[in-house]
Design a binder for this molecule. Structure first.
Ligand code: KPL
Length: 323
């Protein structure tokens, strides 16, 4: 447990429509602070589902990009209160790691209203296909963010970089205009796209090129501008474009490579999320990044040796600390 004390929930006062954030990691907390700063009514509509056993109001600290520190009191819902507290959830914002999405959603979906909307926001692809059978008719939107955030402590997050957040519909009814406006006017540099998949593949290419190489070579993103990495980056992205094309998506190789190098430049001092995962001996998102490329490549009988090699190298690093 954290050193920050929590207080029990006040007597129940459920607002009409709730927005529940599933996952209180760096990105979940960052999005919470960006939404909660809109106004008091919005802040009161926000709930968290994290790893807390019991419901509580917990002070969350946030350091914005300009260094300003704020503390907001967030409502966390414990398992025993799911049935009561989730009955008013209109939007479930899923901010867990790609490999946690399926299990995290399964635990919560039975308590959500039949017309609740689910929005997945994580690195990589794959869970959007895996979770479909479990949604039981609920609508699904997808998103990606390149905003950077670092969790200093369990309940303390620092924003480390500005970035785009791109959201869009995937299955079922569109998100209501009211919720769309709420998200887009409060999440920094966020945009809504009728055709979100090409943008998710673009982000996949960025992650597939940068994340494993920085973890394998134990370096910040900027190091990948060196010529020695050029060939691997080009070949891995070329394979991804071939697989995306077979999947029915038209991606422009030259533009993607340009975008990868732009991100390398913009985030030169940062350590990628996969670098941090390996450094802290945590499970990585490799299966949803280069692993997803392999999975789709297999379905289309395409060989992708560069992505294969990156997956194997990350798996062997993981094997040293995960048994
Ligand atoms: O998304 C990222 C990540 O680290 O996962 C990039 C864009 C590579 C920034 O580090």
């Amino acid at each position: 447990m954290s050193s920050i004390s929590s207080t029990p929930l006040a007597p129940k006062q459920i607002a009409a429509k709730q927005i529940t954030i599933l996952g209180a990691g760096a990105i979940g907390q960052l999005i919470y602070h960006q939404l909660a700063k809109a106004n008091r009514q919005t802040a009161e509509r926000l709930n968290f589902i994290g790893k807390e056993a019991h419901s509580a109001i917990i002070p969350l600290k946030f350091t914005a990009l300009d260094g300003q520190l704020s503390t907001r009191h967030a409502k966390f819902i414990g398992l025993e209160d799911y049935a009561e507290e989730l009955a008013n959830t209109e939007l479930l914002l899923v901010c867990v790691k790609a490999y946690q999405v399926r299990a995290a959603l399964s635990a919560v979906l039975p308590y959500l209203p039949a017309d609740a909307h689910v929005l997945l926001l994580h690195n990589g692809l794959g869970p959007h296909l895996d979770v479909q059978p479990e949604l039981a008719g609920r609508s699904l939107s997808l998103g990606t963010t390149s905003q950077g955030a670092f969790r200093i402590d369990r309940y303390q997050v620092k924003q480390t970089g500005a970035g785009l957040t791109q959201l869009g519909p995937f299955i079922g009814a569109e998100l209501s205009e009211e919720l769309k406006t709420l998200l887009l006017s409060n999440i920094d540099q966020s945009t809504w796209h009728a055709d979100i998949l090409p943008l998710l593949w673009q982000k996949l290419a960025i992650n597939a090129a940068i994340n494993p190489l920085t973890a394998i070579h134990n370096c910040p993103n900027g190091e990948l501008a060196n010529l020695e990495y050029r060939d691997t980056i080009h070949k891995a992205v070329r394979e991804l474009v071939e697989v995306a094309t077979a999947d029915g998506l038209k991606l422009e190789l030259a533009l993607l490579i340009e975008r990868v190098y732009q991100v390398i430049g913009l985030t030169a001092q940062n350590f990628s999320s996969m670098h941090q995962d390996v450094y802290h001996q945590r499970q990585t998102e490799i299966d949803a990044i280069n692993g997803f490329v392999l999975e789709r490549a297999k379905a289309h009988k395409i060989v992708t040796p560069y992505n294969q090699d990156l997956v194997e190298q990350i798996k062997s690093l993981e094997a040293k600390y995960r048994s």
